[in-house]
Design a protein around this ligand. Structure first.
Ligand SMILES: NC(=O)c1ccc[n+]([C@@H]2O[C@H](COP(=O)([O-])OP(=O)(O)OC[C@H]3O[C@@H](n4cnc5c(N)ncnc54)[C@H](OP(=O)(O)O)[C@@H]3O)[C@@H](O)[C@H]2O)c1
Length: 248
């Protein structure tokens, strides 16, 4: 992997209290990057000159913009913004999905992402130089999964949003990607494996991933995100990207 020296580069990562977001943050800090991290729950990194942390819900639009302003005030230019925070639930058949459940889900997985995109594109447009926006999507954006109607709808919408922003904001220096990261063994996977086959018929497949350790590691995903952000030779042509399986 041919990455330039990324020491001092600044990345914002939402949903960094655990799982993929925590893993990406660890990887970037080990490379000498500076990170701004947020989540509702406790963030397992102490603040210092290279780390900013903030606790808020990404459904709070004003809080997302305040976070972007704090990151810019502390670090200056933000080179990379990763909208990673997300939820899977509700896992129910579409016929049982209530409007309230769907609204709550999209508040996080779509509107929360939109607020992050808007905060970052304002930042990029307001300064000179390029910026990279990555929205963490899913294979569930590419087709339906029984039991995951809300998740599939939200992630598909994130892909279309990202494609639209890529067209609209390139002239302002924003490069936008929606990235399906593969399957990573996080709390979200534990939730998936806890589903019953009645609502989520593919559950056995996810037990198989666990039994055979077929996951992508957070480091693998973190490195790929850096490659597509900062390695000119690895920049994908398309906006919607699916990472390969690490252990294929
Ligand atoms: N794991 C996989 O196999 C997989 C596959 C494809 C895509 N993804 C995507 O990868 C991303 C990370 O997932 P993960 O597997 O790491 O899940 P996870 O372990 O459940 O972590 C989700 C993160 O999002 C944060 N979050 C959730 N709701 C939030 C809210 N309303 N406001 C602020 N932060 C919020 C959580 O923090 P708090 O709860 O502390 O707020 C946590 O840090 C998600 O977008 C997911 O859809 C995961």
């Amino acid at each position: 992997m041919s990455l330039p020296d990324l020491t001092g580069k600044v990345a914002v990562i939402t949903g960094a209290s655990r799982g993929l977001g925590e893993g990406i943050a660890k990887n970037y800090l080990a490379r000498g990057m500076k990170v701004a991290l947020c989540a509702r729950g406790e963030i397992p990194f102490a603040e210092n000159d290279d780390i900013l942390t903030a606790n808020f819900d990404i459904t709070d639009e004003a809080a997302v913009h305040q976070f972007a302003a704090s990151a810019a005030a502390k670090f200056g230019s933000i080179d990379l913004w990763i909208n990673n925070a997300g939820v899977l639930e509700p896992v129910v058949k579409a016929r049982d999905l209530s409007a309230e459940q769907l609204r709550h889900h999209l508040d996080v997985n779509l509107f929360g992402v939109l607020y992050g995109c808007q905060a970052y594109l304002q930042h990029v447009a307001g300064r000179s130089g390029q910026g990279v926006l990555i929205n963490i999507s899913s294979g569930a954006a590419w087709g339906g999964y029984a039991g995951w109607a809300a998740y599939c709808m939200g992630k598909a919408a994130v892909d279309r949003l990202t494609e639209t922003l890529a067209l609209e904001e390139l002239e302002n220096g924003l490069h936008a990607y929606a990235v399906a990261p593969g399957i990573i063994d996080t709390a979200m996977q534990a939730t998936i494996r806890a589903s019953t086959p009645e609502v989520f018929p593919m559950v056995d497949k996810f037990h198989e991933y666990k039994n055979n350790d077929l996951f992508n590691s957070p480091d693998f995903v973190a490195d790929h995100l850096l490659m597509l952000s900062f390695d000119e030779a690895a920049k994908p042509e398309q906006t919607v990207v699916r990472l390969p399986a690490e252990k294929a």
